[in-house]
Unconditional design. Structure first.
Length: 237
């Protein structure tokens, strides 16, 4: 009985080790700048109606199923159905570690997911991407009534909106929404650094780069915002 139990325990350990190996990665073999360039090139193709839809066939599925995933970028974006991340960047299966949530907020679940991508998958680039006509940001700007759960979900957006309203008190609603969408990208990046000592440390060491972006749901173009304007301060440099 003991021998059988020992054999069973060994089998479980081997299976768990193999599963971890497939889930983990030594990284995609790209620098953060190279990863960013790939995303920019993919979006350029998408906007130009020249998408090639790479790495989406059975061979790619089998490759990632047996050899593990090696995504080169983490993208935190909104759940909006008009923002299909792999399509927008013309990438394929296993290329992007996508984190999607209404309002592209950075709270516990999202940050934990990004930490996994950075530490265990070796992803060198994190993109926080807002988009035009974001319903979550609009709801906060307009102070619309929402359910308790939605209220908790959009709570991280509130500081961004308050800051915009304070600076642009005479702006109309459409302008406030547009400015708040961009401010919310910066807010999410600030929240990532504030709530993730791991990502902050990796960013300060140059192992991870965090940049902002805005996606135009009409033109399909991604406007790159770069690193946070106060990046050095946020990283404690």
């Amino acid at each position: 009985m003991k021998r059988a139990f020992a054999a069973f325990a060994a089998a479980v350990f081997v299976a768990a080790t193999c599963a971890l190996a497939l889930a983990s990665s030594a990284g995609p073999g790209l620098t953060s700048d190279e990863a960013l360039a790939k995303l920019k090139e993919g979006n350029d193709r998408y906007v130009a109606k020249a998408s090639v839809a790479p790495r989406r066939d059975a061979a790619r599925r089998h490759e990632t199923a047996t050899g593990g995933q090696h995504p080169f970028a983490t993208v935190l974006s909104c759940s909006d159905s008009r923002v299909p991340v792999e399509v927008v960047f013309d990438q394929g299966v296993g290329d992007i570690f996508a984190v999607r949530v209404a309002g592209n907020v950075a709270a516990t679940d999202e940050i934990g997911t990004m930490e996994y991508g950075a530490e265990h998958l070796g992803i060198p680039l994190i993109v926080v991407m807002g988009h035009t006509k974001c319903g979550a940001v609009s709801a906060v700007v307009k102070n619309e009534p929402v359910t308790e759960n939605i209220g908790k979900l959009v709570a991280p957006i509130v500081p961004a909106v308050k800051g915009v309203k304070a600076r642009f008190a005479t702006a109309d609603t459409d302008e406030l929404i547009a400015k708040s969408i961009e401010a919310n990208v910066w807010q999410a990046i600030s929240d990532i650094y504030a709530k993730s000592p791991l990502i902050k440390k990796m960013a300060a060491a140059g192992k991870v780069k965090v940049v902002g972006a805005l996606y135009d749901i009409d033109s399909g173009e991604v406007h790159w915002l770069g690193e946070h304007p106060n990046n050095a301060i946020l990283l404690g440099k």
